[in-house]
Design a protein around this ligand. Structure first.
Ligand code: PMP
Length: 397
């Protein structure tokens, strides 16, 4: 990486060099390059490697190997989970519940379902971005077949009470899907302990390659495929499996299984220091989302601020000139120029949502990244405020 302070781990993580190493044997003629569907010995080797990777990924999430369906990433996993479940179970009902804090892929899938005759309810979130099990329960009707709640927000880092929601729905006949992409590798996820029906995963969030992920499908949960073809992945996801990428996801999960507790503590300390310094050193700055305490329900890597009178894109571009890579919110929606739907749903005004800046840290972040950010951020904000018609210096009371 060029000499940039990278604080945008939520949008993309570097692949761990140990993962790259683990992937290399799956490319060349001397390696395991076969197609798992072939009947010859080269295919058998590929099948063995594929099943070993499936078992490794399953183990990390407390799942059974046969409950893991490999996909091209989390967008595809969300499509398979929500569209696949809704189509397969339509005779039981036509109502789906999501929340106002969902990732854009879930929001767009919900619109697609509406166009195809389903009813969708968007449950509100509170000022921290949290949805309560009670609020969800109040929206369940006789027609409800599926509830989809992201385990954590990729934007403001709010962790949802998934265990409580899953317990609330258990035995009701309503399935729970969770997009766990923002949470994986940062909070413990155990399908043996939490009765979730469907869970979307991506490899990159574990420092694996991009373009590969998985859908966890609990044994007995019925889903219709959305990609039709040769019937790979138990008929749920046709297309030749990308063995190198899948082996990369497994290697990433294996590393995370041993390193996560220490890594999370280290990342949280870096994040906590940035929050402390920003709030102390930059006037009229605020933390968006949930409190920092471990019990506060916030991802340990996420710092999401708003600065009165300053606009997010202007901050990003100025920080870019100063060698700092941050984000205004979700990279997947960053080209729309609309204020974040999550922040608006938390109750922020449009100008407040537009004044937001997100820093996310990860495995290769260093404590001195905070010093390097704080060497430039106060100056950037002060310069932009001089130019801002919206910013009025608050006189002391
Ligand atoms: N869900 C969440 C919460 C995300 O942050 C992302 C993007 N990283 C996605 C889904 C889409 O993932 P992918 O790009 O792997 O399809």
């Amino acid at each position: 990486m060029r000499d940039v302070v990278y604080a945008d781990y939520q949008s993309s993580k570097p692949v761990d060099p140990r993962v790259v190493e683990a992937m290399l044997p799956y490319f060349g003629a001397a390696g395991t390059f076969g197609n798992a569907a072939s009947l010859h010995a080269v295919g058998d080797d590929a099948t063995a490697a594929l099943e070993e990777a499936r078992a490794t990924v399953a183990r990390f999430f407390g799942a059974q190997p046969q409950e893991i369906v490999f996909t091209s990433g989390a967008t595809e996993a969300n499509n398979l989970a929500i569209i696949g479940y809704a189509m397969r179970n339509r005779r039981k009902g036509d109502h789906v519940i999501i929340t106002e804090a969902e990732h854009i892929s879930v929001l767009n899938i919900a619109k697609y379902l509406e166009k195809n005759g389903f009813k969708v309810t968007r449950a509100p979130i509170d000022l921290y971005g949290r949805v309560s099990a009670k609020k969800l329960r109040a929206r369940v009707t006789d027609e409800t077949i599926l509830v989809s709640v992201g385990w954590a927000s990729n934007e403001i880092g709010t962790v949802q009470p998934i265990a409580e929601i899953a317990e609330m729905l258990a035995g009701s006949g309503v399935a729970l899907h969770t997009d766990a992409v923002a949470a994986e590798g940062l909070v413990p996820i155990d399908m043996g302990a939490v009765p979730v029906s469907l869970m979307s995963l991506s490899a990159n969030d574990l420092y694996g390659p991009r373009g590969v992920g998985a859908l966890y499908v609990r044994k007995g949960v019925q889903v219709a495929p959305v990609l039709l073809g040769g019937g790979q992945e138990r008929g749920l996801r046709s297309g030749t499996e990308d063995l190198a990428a899948i082996a990369g996801m497994a290697a990433a999960a294996d590393i995370m299984a041993t390193e996560m507790p220490a890594e999370v503590a280290r990342i949280a300390a870096i994040r906590d220091r940035l929050v402390e310094r920003v709030l102390a050193e930059i006037p009229d700055s605020h933390l968006n989302g949930a409190p920092l305490e471990p019990s506060g329900g916030r991802l340990p890597n996420n710092a999401h601020f708003r600065f009165d009178g300053v606009e997010g894109e202007a901050m990003i571009l100025s920080l870019r000139d100063e060698g700092v890579a941050a984000a205004t919110g979700s990279a997947c929606s960053s080209k729309t120029l609309e204020p974040s739907h999550t922040l608006i749903s938390c109750g922020l005004l449009h100008e407040e949502a537009h004044g937001s800046l997100e820093f996310t840290f990860g495995r290769f972040s260093e404590p001195d990244d905070v010093d390097r950010i704080m060497a430039v951020l106060p100056g950037v904000i002060a310069r932009l405020r001089v130019l801002s018609p919206l910013y009025k210096v608050k006189s002391p009371a």
